[in-house]
Design a protein around this ligand. Structure first.
Ligand code: FES
Length: 609
């Protein structure tokens, strides 16, 4: 019989038993414990650090590349490279993330007229008699003024009891001609909907009152799928290996969504089965995995999703914990990389065709960069692999916007840092990274071609304390952002190259859009930034590194979590949902990898001007 090992988690006071030889990343994923895993366990990112005491496989060559000898002596290991051989004690570095992440839920709200598709009505139905022997179901239809209506066998099975429970006084819940459920007595005062933005990094859920349009509650979480890779490609790679692995990641997202629904219901002091409709938006990969649909072909040319049109199903069928007969909708997609989140974000814009704001540019910068150019009613979109650099991936000391991340860097006589949570820094997130590069460009320590100058080549005006931070090492020049006795955080030449690649991909994409629309960049009247990154970056820094290709920053509007707000609008109005469908159909998608000019534009955009 194979040997079993006990794994103890002293901080969560739990333990599990696993087969000897199981790797630590797999254990943490299975137990739902947060772990940073940019590369999904391939030994390429060095982010899955964990402290372990006990009998394990010896440090691999990969670990020796990412860990210092001191870290190895202290029991720090890469979870994806370490196998358990006996009983061990594990100390994950990431704590329960729901309380620690800086997640953007709010944003610019648009005034709408509500027209929910769910109607809930209290009816006193005539009691059957010898003179009125209409069947129960037809009695319900008659109360709704319908000669024909759709229902379900499960409802018919329960209907006689419900009708007779309070003497034929019932509340009918319906969506157009479909009777979703019938409840005993008068429950018409409670009719709710939820809207979810499933981001690659974060999840936000909103609870709204479908009768009044009121925002009732909001919750957010870090997407637990991050333990299987930071970007969509790594997650597609994981789920495409077997149907079980797709089911694993679908289960992970459904579990957390259902937890969030219960949290929303708890906050609002309602019952989760009083929620009758749910809207989901997200990028195409996130939506495919959420629905358990294989996203494999999105990762390979010609990048084809399984579906594009809006999807509607029953909560029970999908496994979403609202009323089991409630409806679940996913907004439409446009392509393998332009998803329902972009469509929802566009719904929030004041107008898609007003001459006052047209042409406009809509940008959502995250692990991918999606852009839509609007011009006199035309919508042209593209997506670039911005890479996870702006989310801290592939950056030596990069991390997401969690407690301990340097989120702001200012250069005066010395470097001044702002850290999320106000504690000692443990890494740097996208907004801090862009500030740091912009500041070093201003000082002339980074050249326009992206080279970090060694101390001897630094311009003479650089303040001494800042100059002392430039260090020459065997692996190249680096800039020290923070150091104490156990931690140092620096910016490497490779980090600067990663940011250069990401920003030039974005800029070249925008140039393709303007070329396609036949306009110059200067003609753009508004730039709308959607998502957390667009909200937290300093616009001046983004402009300085060339990520915001616009001279007048007054034209830039941060929308906040436009995807979430747009999703909320769709649960409150079926008319807006229809508009979302029309927008998706109207978008002209440009696949950049199929454009001959993209490569040249990309190379030209590499320089920091
Ligand atoms: S090196 Fe372990 S997850 Fe990337």
């Amino acid at each position: 019989m194979s040997k079993r090992c006990d794994i103890f988690f002293p901080e969560s006071k739990g333990s599990v038993s696993v087969l000897a030889g199981t790797n630590l990343l797999e254990i943490l994923q299975r137990e739902g414990l947060p772990i940073s895993s940019v590369c999904g366990g391939k030994g390429k990112c060095g982010k899955c650090k964990i402290k372990v005491i006990g009998e394990t496989s010896p440090p691999s060559e990969i670990e020796k590349k990412f860990l210092t000898p001191k870290e190895i002596r202290e029991g720090i290991r890469l979870a994806c490279q370490t196998k358990v051989l006996g009983n061990v004690v594990l100390y994950p570095f990431l704590k329960e993330e729901k309380h620690r992440a800086k997640i953007l839920a709010g944003g610019i709200e648009k005034k709408i007229t509500i027209s929910p598709s769910i109607k809930k009505e209290f009816c006193e139905i005539p009691v059957p008699s010898l003179g009125d022997s209409l069947p129960d179901w037809e009695r319900i239809l008659r109360a709704c003024g319908l000669s024909y209506g759709r229902g379900s066998i499960s409802l018919l099975q329960r209907l006689p009891k419900i009708l007779r429970e309070i003497n034929f006084q019932v509340t009918i819940v319906r969506s157009k001609d479909e009777i979703l459920t019938v409840e005993a007595g008068d429950s018409s005062a409670h009719c709710y909907g939820v809207a979810f933005d499933i981001g690659t990094t974060t999840l936000v859920g909103y609870l709204v009152d479908l009768r009044t349009g009121e925002n009732v509650a909001v919750v957010s979480r870090v997407n637990p799928q991050r333990s299987w890779g930071q970007d969509v490609i790594t997650r597609i790679d994981f789920v495409s290996r077997s149907p079980d692995q797709l089911q694993t990641l679908q289960g992970v997202i459904l579990n957390v969504i259902n937890e969030m629904i219960l949290d929303l219901a708890k906050q609002a002091q309602i019952l989760h089965h009083q929620i009758y409709e749910a809207i989901f938006v997200g990028n195409p990969t996130m939506i495919h995995i959420f629905l358990g649909i294989p996203p494999d072909n999105i990762a390979n040319s010609p990048f084809v999703p399984v579906f594009r049109s809006p999807i509607t199903g029953y909560a029970q069928e999908i496994g979403v914990r609202i009323n089991e007969r409630g409806l679940v909708h996913c907004l439409p997609l446009v392509s393998g990389y332009i998803g329902a989140d972009i469509i929802a974000g566009l719904l929030v814009l004041p107008s898609l065709s007003s001459p006052k704001s047209s042409p406009f540019l809509f940008m959502d910068i995250g692990t991918n960069g999606e852009m839509v150019l609007g011009l006199s009613g035309r919508l042209i979109a593209c997506s670039t692999a911005a890479g996870p650099a702006f989310e801290g991936g592939h950056i030596h000391h990069g991390m997401s916007a969690l407690t301990g991340a340097i989120e702001k860097v200012a250069f005066r006589d010395d470097v001044h840092l702002e850290v999320i949570g106000g504690k000692a820094p443990v890494g740097i997130c996208g907004s801090g990274l862009i500030d740091a590069i912009a500041g070093l460009l201003d000082l002339g320590l980074i050249t326009p071609d992206g080279r970090l100058l060694p101390p001897e080549e630094a311009p003479s005006h650089v303040p001494t304390k800042i100059l002392e931070r430039v260090e020459r090492t065997d692996s190249g020049t680096r800039f020290l952002l923070y150091r104490n006795e156990d931690k140092e955080i620096f910016l490497t030449q490779k980090d600067i190259r990663e940011v250069q690649l990401a920003k030039s991909a974005m800029k070249a994409g925008i140039q393709v859009l303007t070329k396609e629309a036949g306009i110059e960049m200067e003609e753009i009247k508004k730039v709308y930034l959607a998502g957390a990154f667009g909200n937290y970056i300093r616009k001046e820094s983004a402009q300085r590194i060339g990520l915001l290709p616009i001279a007048d920053l007054n034209k830039v509007v941060s929308l906040g979590n436009a995807a979430g707000i747009g999703a909320k609008m769709c649960v409150l109005s079926y008319r807006i949902r229809e508009k979302a469908r029309q927008i998706a159909e109207k978008i002209e998608y440009i696949e950049l990898s199929g454009r001959e000019d993209f490569g040249d534009l990309f190379i030209q955009a590499m320089a920091f001007e």
